[in-house]
Design a protein. Structure first.
Length: 102
């Protein structure tokens, strides 16, 4: 009876060792779960980014306001009835004057 109990105990220990340590065991399951969580976070960020880009594309296709905004910010354009003012900080103005005098 002791031999059977000992053999069963050894089998139990071997199976537990295999469950926790070997390939396909719990350690790998935990690792895969962590990878899945990271991938889900990245997917959520990309879904939000895609929504923003789709909205921007629709706005550019349909609206004139978005095209004007792009022209102003990216290309520095102004409207025909607008006046352009450039504000220069005092430090930058002094540096420009000293560079111009050299």
């Amino acid at each position: 009876m002791k031999i059977i109990a000992s053999v069963l105990f050894v089998l139990l220990v071997l199976l537990q060792y295999r469950l926790w340590v070997y390939e396909g065991g719990m350690r790998e399951v935990w690792h895969l779960r962590a990878e899945v969580a990271v991938q889900k976070e990245e997917n959520d960020k990309l879904v939000g980014r895609n929504r923003t880009l789709v909205a921007e594309v629709q706005d550019l296709k349909k609206g004139k306001v978005a095209v004007e905004e792009r022209a102003r910010t990216d290309l520095g354009m102004i409207g025909s009835r607008e006046t352009f003012f450039q504000v220069v900080q005092p430090e930058a103005a002094k540096a420009a004057l000293t560079n111009a005098q050299r």
